[in-house]
Design a protein around this ligand. Sequence first.
Ligand code: AMP
Ligand code: GLY
Length: 420
Amino acid sequence: MGKSVLVVGGGGREHALCRSLFESKSIDEVHVTPGNAGTMNYATNHSISASDISGLVDLSRNLRVDFVVVGPEAPLCESLADILLEHQIPCFGPQALHAELEGSKRFAKEAMHRANVPTADYLVLDSSTDLESALDSYSDNPWVIKRDVLAGGKGVVVTTDYQEAIEFIKDSIETDGHVLLESFLPGEEASMLVVMDASGFICLPPSQDHKRVWDGDKGLNTGGMGAYCPAPVVTETIHQKVLERIVEPMHESLSGMDVPYRGVLYVGLMIDEHGDPYVVEFNVRFGDPECQVTLPLIESDVGELLFSAATDSLQDYAISFHDKHSLTVVLASEGYPQSAIKGRVIQGAEISEDNDEAWVSHAGTGRDDSHQLISTGGRVLATTAIASSLREARARSYQRMQAISLQGSHHRKDIGHRAL
Ligand code: AMP
Ligand code: GLY
């Protein structure tokens, strides 16, 4: 008999997880909470919020699921995995101790330092620091300033503007007590998702996100406006360096601890002009929209992959990938990322309009009283396509996007431009 699983979260990433789990032979039943209008096609939606830890634990117990897959980082930082394990429910997503790799930039830096993993050097600034001389010592390049708290993508400022830098530093010290100033790493970014447990790890194909809101990487930072996979910037040689310098030492260090890391480690990479990789950030979850482009390239059973990692049996899992390319374009509400206008009707995004090569992942969607699909968030949905070339995947993804209408919405027209 197949397994039952509960997915926690309600964005495009969770839609992609529900879809892949639904398609997994090892899985009979998919539940999601809170989900969105799209996850209903693959899973039973529940109404517990991803921030209600005791509600999530009760739901998992009542549903008697075989395991839980956690999409976002916040519940992991709030010990969801720890409490589930106390109730003998396996969890894909690390315990709070490891979730600090995302929750605290300083903790992540210290973990990298212990494992001798390449990353930008940094200073911790607090109210006793001479800020002027600290900024002076990093003034050859833009200043990179990072708050040491979960800030929902708004905790990092990269700027050459002295006034902006000093203000962000002062504000951060006032609210958080300290802040990190780190050296600027030039290069090209890529994301590597590494599924791991005590027994081993599996690197999924590298992908590339597009974080700025407008074409040509202009405008404000967002949660991610599109992605593609695999990212050719990570050549075979660079992949090998990432493995030897970053993934292997991190896995060795994490699996040697009392509590192993069970879940996916998102390694945000900067690759410099010499092809040397540095870690920009760790996340303790699948990226969004990286998840939407990566999961469809897994040929083997995704349910079994996630269950194996949740139960320390990854070494027995044989992964295989499709020899294909995928590309995702995100559709955002008018006003995103500053202030998104919500509650508008969306047309053309129903599952009946999808096909095997191009489909929609819902994120900020819901149903109004007359069951019409409406927008409920900043990032509303994403179109994903898979094909034997990146060019074709791009064409199919944009073709699927053309069929969708949402008043005032916007999406980038140049996803994949670095690779094409
Ligand atoms: P983070 O939340 O740490 O990933 O930072 C957000 C974004 O800021 C990254 O995706 C990079 O584009 C940029 N960034 C962060 N750290 C650095 C760095 N040391 N050098 C250059 N850019 C950086
Ligand atoms: N797409 C970047 C992230 O999920 O953090």
